[in-house]
Design a protein around this ligand. Structure first.
Ligand SMILES: Nc1ncnc2c1ncn2[C@@H]1O[C@H](COP(=O)(O)OP(=O)(O)OP(=O)(O)O)[C@@H](O)[C@H]1O
Ligand SMILES: [Mg+2]
Length: 418
């Protein structure tokens, strides 16, 4: 009996124990589910709700768990902030940035690199870099980067030059490419060295002439008549040299943008008349009729610069037009713009030369120009001056039909809006 009672007692005890264990287990599982929910929210990028363990399973560890949860959430937020900052920096860089993985596939490409390579990021991401860069020189450069070197590669294509800096990304086996379009820099270098060559050439010719006359005068017995002629040549060449130097200095000053243009209200018709009057005697001595036509046109601009442009255009028109020719300065308005046009019935400019005549030292017919003595800087300066006052200078010309140079300035109404 006691044995049976003991057995029953034991069985009841075991069952009760199991029941209690089952209850605890279910509670612990529920706590665990709450913990999982909190982690899942974190993984999905949401801020997890505060973990709450009322059932006992994790109750005593609730605080530690919540603290860990908060730390992870803070770290993720910091990482996200870094990512946003990284994208803002890389996205706004003017240089192209491309990140390649260890298998040389594109991982990241910024908008500047998209523009430079003419691609759309989603199309090239995860593809082999050559599909985008088309630069076979990069292959050997990447080999060297993988050996830990920092390398520079270049891609030339048409008139475009890309400079690509490559650097290994430590710990990833990837490579960072920084791409610059240096076409414009290279072109400017080219222009500059061309310019120096041209200037040297322009200076050498008169200097040779000067040297020759001076030596002759020093070393030979020269009669009075020749002596005077040589001295006249020396004076003439010296004058041309100093005009050339003046032009060069002027060009340098305009280009540097050191002097800001004036802004005053101007009457273009009055300016055209004043300049034509000053130039009248010169035109007459060359047998060219110079006149001004048109109506009122006003602008807000720099008088000296407009006069300098006009003088250069009138000087050309008179200089290149044959005896008996006509040069007319037309003043007027065209829509919101004010226009000054210098028109002649001279020889005109061949179509092949037309795109070049605003370049420095460009002369259509070098042999003919020797006689008229131009250096080919006049129109280059005129166009620079026009740009500096926000104006446009264009030319229309046809051989045998004369030439027409048009200066378009912002009209009074337009500049009043500005
Ligand atoms: N109205 C024109 N008619 C025909 N050819 C012109 C006319 N204006 C300019 N050209 C051509 O364009 C070239 C460039 O003109 P630009 O004024 O720059 O130089 P330039 O007159 O030769 O020298 P500079 O003006 O420096 O004394 C001239 O050499 C000339 O061949
Ligand atoms: Mg000229």
């Amino acid at each position: 009996m006691t044995a049976i009672a003991w057995l029953i007692g034991a069985a009841v005890g075991v069952l009760a124990g199991l029941g209690i264990a089952a209850v605890f287990r279910r509670r612990a599982l529920r706590d665990f589910d709450h913990a999982l929910e909190a982690l899942a929210a974190l993984a999905a990028g949401r801020t997890p709700e505060r973990f709450y363990a009322p059932y006992g399973g994790l109750a005593e560890r609730e605080q530690a768990f919540n603290q860990a949860l908060q730390e992870i959430a803070d770290r993720l937020a910091a990482l996200e902030l870094d990512r946003v900052r990284f994208l803002a920096i890389v996205g706004n860089l003017r240089s192209g940035v491309v990140l390649l993985d260890s298998r040389r596939r594109v991982q990241v490409i910024n908008p500047a690199a998209e523009r430079i390579f003419g691609v759309w990021a989603p199309e090239v991401e995860q593809t082999y870099h050559l599909a985008m860069t088309h630069t076979y020189a990069l292959e050997s450069a990447l080999d060297r980067v993988e050996r830990g070197e920092v390398v520079q590669a270049e891609r030339r294509e048409g008139g475009r030059v890309l400079q690509i800096d490559l650097a290994p990304v430590p710990g990833t086996g990837g490579t960072l490419l920084v791409v610059h379009d240096v076409s414009e820099e290279r072109r400017l270098l080219e222009v500059r060295s061309q310019f120096v060559a041209n200037v040297s050439h322009e200076l050498r010719t008169p200097l040779t002439v000067l040297g020759g006359f001076a030596e002759t005068l020093l070393e030979e017995d020269v009669d009075e008549g020749h002596r005077r002629r040589f001295l006249r040549h020396i004076a003439e060449e010296t004058r041309r040299l100093s005009l050339l130097v003046d032009d060069l200095l002027r060009l340098a000053a305009i280009e540097s943008g050191r002097e800001r243009p004036e802004r005053q209200e101007l009457d273009l018709l009055e300016i055209a008349r004043a300049v034509a009057e000053r130039y009248g005697a010169e035109a007459a001595s060359r047998g060219v009729a110079l006149g001004v036509e048109g109506g009122a046109a006003r602008t807000v601009s720099d008088r000296d610069r407009i006069e300098a442009i006009l003088i250069s255009l009138i000087d050309n028109a008179v200089k290149y037009t044959q005896v008996g020719g006509h040069v007319t300065v037309l003043v007027g308005r065209s829509g919101p713009a004010a226009e000054l046009t210098v028109q002649d019935d001279g020889p005109g400019i061949p179509a092949a030369d037309l795109p070049h005549i605003f370049e420095r030292f460009y002369r259509v017919d070098r042999s003919r120009q020797r006689a008229t003595g131009g250096s080919g800087l006049g129109l280059a300066i005129a166009r620079h001056l026009a740009l500096s006052i926000g104006a446009e200078l264009h030319v229309e010309s046809e051989v045998g039909q004369g030439s027409r140079f048009r200066l378009r300035l912002p009209g009074m109404d337009a500049s009043a809006d500005a």
